[in-house]
Design a protein around this ligand. Structure first.
Ligand code: HEM
Length: 275
């Protein structure tokens, strides 16, 4: 049995070879329903099952006095990047998937234009993060991994020391970032090559740049990462709107978090507060 059947659509090349052409587009619904199921289960879990977090010991008054009333979390450049990337992402999802679910319009040009905006914003972000931001702050470190183990042990009823407070980013945010990096780089790298297949003002169209199999696999990877992004973005927006996380969402608009939030969730040794 061909295990690809169902997830990938194939065609027969002029040489009689069966080649993939793209994903089967019902995967759009798998991703959307999967994303919806995740957020429903999470909301029910938080509301009815999860134990209320034990009160975390508050910081000493001397330490609290040193923390500014509003702690800087995202610079203006970082916020502008985030919202430009988000707009490009929405435009890409809408132009890619509306035609596939029955709403037809000439989407390809809008799609690659949004693709170039996303690509440019990501290139900016990589340079900005490498030279102006704390590059390592978004990748899991030893303490995060140790604390994830502690949380797991405690959640499954075993004894373990209490996990520590976070540095700038909680482990979940770091894992989300890693996943979106992988999906984002996959659509960007494949999308840039796929521009050779369509008419653009930049270069002559050349659908023979790769063989049918390579093109097919490229379209499949583009599609798989693309539908993955539907679920990832749904989950991202859900968390951004949750009441206990809304303070973080506001920091993506105004740039800062309140002192109380910083002291409750962050370890000043791991992330120093600045104005
Ligand atoms: C959220 C990100 C993205 C999603 C969800 C997405 C999704 C899709 C989908 C579903 C298709 C149709 C593929 C098919 O028919 O098999 C497609 C085609 C295409 N995408 Fe994307 N894409 C994304 C990002 C990008 C980027 C960043 C670029 C360019 C830099 C790009 C350029 C293209 C091009 C040129 C096509 C080919 C159109 C064709 O051959 O008819 N995409 N995309």
């Amino acid at each position: 049995m061909d295990i690809r059947a169902g997830v990938v659509e194939t065609a027969t090349s002029p040489w009689g070879q069966t080649v993939p052409i793209h994903i089967a587009f019902y995967l759009i619904w798998v991703a959307a329903i999967g994303g919806l199921a995740f957020l429903m289960v999470h909301a029910i879990y938080v509301q009815f099952i999860a134990k209320k977090q034990a009160h975390v010991e508050s910081a000493s008054p001397e330490l609290a006095a040193k923390v500014p009333e509003k702690v800087a979390r995202h610079s203006l450049a970082a916020r502008l990047f985030h919202w430009i990337m988000a707009l490009a992402m929405f435009a890409l999802l809408i132009t890619a998937f509306l035609p596939k679910v029955g709403y037809q319009f000439p989407w390809v040009t809008y799609h690659w234009i949004a693709g170039l905006v996303l690509t440019a914003s990501i290139i900016f972000h990589i340079i900005h993060a490498s030279f102006w931001m704390d590059f390592w702050s978004i990748w899991p470190d030893k303490i995060d991994i140790e604390d994830a183990k502690r949380r797991w042990l405690r959640a499954t009823g075993k004894a373990a020391p209490a996990p520590r407070k976070f540095a700038k980013y909680p482990m979940e945010n770091k894992m989300y970032h890693l996943t979106i990096v992988l999906a984002g780089l996959a659509v960007i790298l494949t999308g840039v090559f796929m521009m050779k297949r369509v008419r653009t003002p930049f270069f002559t169209r050349n659908p023979y740049l790769f063989g049918d199999m390579t093109w097919g696999l490229m379209y499949v990877l583009h599609g798989l990462a693309g539908v993955g992004l539907i679920a990832l973005i749904m989950v991202h927006i859900y968390f951004a709107l949750r009441p206990e996380k809304f303070v973080i969402t506001k920091s993506m608009v105004f740039g800062t978090i309140p002192r109380e939030h910083y002291l409750e969730h962050h370890d000043p040794e791991r992330w120093a507060a600045t104005k």
